[in-house]
Design a binder for this molecule. Structure first.
Ligand code: F6R
Length: 349
């Protein structure tokens, strides 16, 4: 059977799978490396009340997570994934672009170059790093040479490490517990005791429909993006309870409802999910659970679970999880991209 593929050793010897799994198996160490990189940046404690975050795609989701963490402390945040950012008074402007060359992020940042002391950038290289050098902007450097989405733990660690220097200490986590959770997702854990493999088998036979509620919006969105980019699977994503007032009338015959669950889930949402899976049939739904009962650890575990699911799905579909066919090509042929880079190169001299 095709699912036996996931327990076979030979499949992971294929270079692309070997490399992709090697990258996500380093999740916790990559996060720790990011943390020390962020902590090494010079900074004084400041009173941070309003934060703007710029970043898109695999870097944008790091902005989303950081914004959620900051908001939980009463800090006003705005994540911009556009070509321009809302003007205004910000205490801190965080620009994240793994490649350092993403035009939406760079163009938005151009608006704020006269406030360079408020900016911190996270990148592996590119124009963002050069801008940092030229203007004296603080830059948290992360390891280079990997696809941006695989650098999620590095970039998250990087910015949390820097925020810690500003007096915003969020990074205290039990990394050993997260590592233990990860052991249960790795390729040598057999399918009957590996929730990531089990989920991939179900997803590869269906049309995935990810339903999220506020507490799990980001891990659900991560799963959508990782299924798109790593497994090349088109997948639906919607928020409940709203989607239960429209979307559910149109669920396709082979639809599989995937819902990340959280220990922070409100009572009403739990009851609603229960009713929904009764309505659709248990076999049409899939729940994703972390083990930790602490906010940031749970988010990281759910992200990790999503990443493994996407890689196992790529194996079952026989696609390359490292290569993107359209995203970079579109950047190449987009005139707006070239125009922004030209303006930035003028700035860089
Ligand atoms: C590629 C990926 C993309 C990029 C996005 C922005 O792995 O995940 O979504 O993250 O195109 O590029 P960066 O992250 O370099 O700013």
């Amino acid at each position: 059977m095709k699912q036996d593929l996931l327990d076979g050793e030979w499949v992971y010897k294929e270079e692309n799978y070997r490399r992709a799994f090697e990258l996500i198996d380093r999740y916790v160490d990559a996060f720790a490396d990011g943390l020390s990189s962020g902590r090494s940046i010079r900074a004084e404690e400041i009173d941070v009340k309003r934060v703007l975050l710029l970043g898109i795609g695999g870097s944008g989701i790091v902005c989303d997570v950081v914004a959620e963490i900051l908001s939980s402390r009463g800090i006003v945040t705005h994540v911009s994934k556009e070509y321009t950012a809302p003007p205004g008074e910000w205490d801190l402007i965080i620009a994240i672009s793994y490649s350092g060359n993403t035009s939406e992020t760079l163009n938005s940042l151009l608006q704020f170059l006269d406030q360079e002391d408020k900016i911190v950038a996270v990148t592996s290289n590119g124009r963002l790093a050069r801008l940092g050098e030229k203007l004296g902007i603080k830059v948290v450097k992360v390891r280079s040479g990997i696809p941006p989405r695989y650098a999620f733990p590095d970039m998250l660690g990087g910015i949390l490490g820097y925020l810690e220097k500003l007096g915003l200490d969020f990074a205290k986590m039990n990394l050993e517990e997260i590592k233990e959770f990860q052991e249960g997702l790795k390729k040598d854990k057999r399918i009957d005791e590996n929730p990531a493999k089990e989920a991939a088998v179900k997803i590869s036979k269906s049309h995935p429909i990810i339903y999220v509620y506020r507490e799990v919006r980001l891990p659900g969105y991560r799963l959508k993006c990782e299924l798109n980019e790593n497994a090349k699977v088109f997948c639906h994503y919607a928020e409940i309870p709203e989607a239960l007032h429209n979307d559910i009338e149109a669920i396709p015959r082979n639809g599989l409802m995937i819902i990340p669950r959280s220990f922070r889930e409100p009572y009403e949402i739990s009851k609603t999910i229960e009713a929904l899976s009764r309505l659709l049939g248990e076999e049409k739904s899939l729940e994703l659970r972390a083990r930790s009962k602490s906010y940031l650890e749970e988010i990281i575990e759910l992200f990790m679970l999503s990443d493994y699911i996407s890689l196992y799905t790529s194996v079952l579909r026989g696609v390359n999880p490292l290569i993107l066919h359209r995203i970079e090509r579109l950047k190449d042929i987009n005139a707006a991209y070239h125009e922004i880079k030209r303006r930035l190169d003028e700035e860089l001299g």
